[in-house]
Design a protein around this ligand. Structure first.
Ligand code: ASP
Ligand code: MG
Length: 413
């Protein structure tokens, strides 16, 4: 059997849903588990609903817009009397009852944000049924079991594997389920972290021993740079798991960072294909050796450079570094680049205000702290002389670091 994953862009409109359904149907001669994300930018909109509830502001207009968006899509796909309308509305209406629960912010977030995937999969499954007479809607939360870490659920692999093993493709060769969501032992919905649907596909594939996973995207495959930034970007025919994993580490958004590990461990190839033109070969990520990979360029925006300077003419030592690392670890913040000098330690992190500002405050008890926001970290793997010189010599570089294979520069926009 195979696992497919369709992201938000592949179901963002009625036309997109039709196209996705056509692709799924063209594989109807084999067992398939299809993971689908929320439609278009629904997750961002649901995040705004949560933010409004937490600030005790009005969220109705945001919610109405979302309902309207889904309704328009449904109206294009289904006749007026189809039960899908009520099913989708029912999901959105649950928000009202969540609102008054005494939950933590993150718990509330997961209960609400997960609705995006629930409704999109209900629509896709109902459309497959109507159009092609196949496709069973599956609640991923009955299979993906996590711990209690809301917004970043950690997979309970043993329980998850056991639950997934019960799936029977002989009865239903086409299963349609949600990405990004799971359930904890207490029975509440959890989410796996933004853009986590790729990871869901990898979890199902790993537990089912799938033949392959295909991620259907709006790009022709994995490219050596974001084509929106570099028009000369080219598509890889194939990539070793290791190379793909490192790309995601440096911030390439083409695949979620957690996706590669389970697939590489089980030797399951990951294909990245174009949903606008399924006849294109796409990229095959698998165990292989590729000679002469072109330079691979990853841009990571919204970076913050923090510098901790010692105040009393002592030098930065291990005790001081441990204070910094302890704070980072306590606040669960990942360093993207670091560098030290005699009297200061500088590091770059994703700028998430609710995490970074408390970090800075904590570090200020020990150091003189300076920080810059709005930066972009550019990583060039497998650089050649030309790319090396080009990226180092940009005027706006404020920090650079290189090894034999990788150059990183932090630039002001
Ligand atoms: N809908 C979720 C998000 O936008 C999960 C995903 O798309 O992978 O983050
Ligand atoms: Mg998405």
């Amino acid at each position: 059997m195979k696992v497919f994953k369709f992201g938000g862009a592949s179901v963002k409109s009625a036309a997109a849903v039709r196209n996705t359904a056509t692709i799924i149907h063209s594989f109807s001669n084999q067992a398939l588990l299809v993971v689908v994300s929320a439609m278009g930018k629904t997750t961002n909109a649901l995040e705004r609903v949560v933010a409004a509830i937490l600030r005790q502001q009005d969220y109705q207009s945001e919610l109405e817009q979302l309902k309207h968006y889904h309704e328009e899509i449904m109206r294009d796909l289904f006749p007026q009397n189809h039960p899908i309308y009520a099913a989708v509305l029912r999901e959105f209406d649950r928000i009202e009852s969540f609102e008054s629960q005494l939950w933590s912010e993150d718990q509330l977030y997961d209960q609400i944000v997960s609705i995006g995937e629930v409704v999109s999969t209900r629509i896709v499954a109902a459309f497959m049924q109507k159009q092609h007479g196949s496709g069973l809607w599956l609640d991923a939360r009955d299979y993906i079991v996590t711990d209690d870490t809301y917004r970043e659920g950690k997979i309970d692999w043993q329980t998850t594997k056991h639950a997934i093993a019960s799936l029977d493709f002989k009865v239903n060769p086409l299963l349609i389920t949600q990405g990004f969501i799971g359930r904890n032992a207490a029975g509440y919905t959890t989410t796996l972290g933004r853009e986590g649907s790729d990871f869901t596909a990898a979890i199902f594939a790993f537990c089912l021993g799938a033949e392959s996973v295909t991620i259907w995207k709006d790009v022709p495959g994995v490219m050596n740079a974001d084509p929106k930034r570099l028009s000369a970007a080219t598509v890889f025919d194939e990539l070793p798991f290791k190379e793909a994993a490192e790309m995601t580490y440096y911030g390439a958004s083409v695949i979620h960072p957690k996706t590669i590990k389970p697939l590489a461990n089980a030797g399951i190839p990951l294909l990245v294909k174009n949903f606008d033109d399924p006849s294109l070969p796409g990229t095959r990520i698998h165990e292989c050796k590729v000679d002469d990979l072109p330079p691979l360029i990853v841009f990571k925006d919204n970076q913050c450079l923090i510098s901790c300077k010692v105040v009393d003419y002592t030098f930065i030592d291990e005790t001081q570094l441990s204070v910094i690392f302890k704070a980072l670890s306590d606040l669960d913040i990942k360093i993207n680049l670091m560098q030290n000098s005699a009297i200061s330690f500088s590091f770059c992190v994703d700028f998430r205000e609710n995490k970074v500002l408390p970090l800075i405050e904590r570090l200020q008890h020990h150091f003189e702290v300076y920080y810059n926001t709005g930066l972009t970290l550019i990583t060039i793997k497998n650089y050649d002389e030309k790319t090396f010189d080009f990226y180092r010599k940009q005027k706006s570089v404020i920090l650079e670091q290189s090894s034999r294979s990788t150059l990183q520069v932090l630039v002001k926009n």
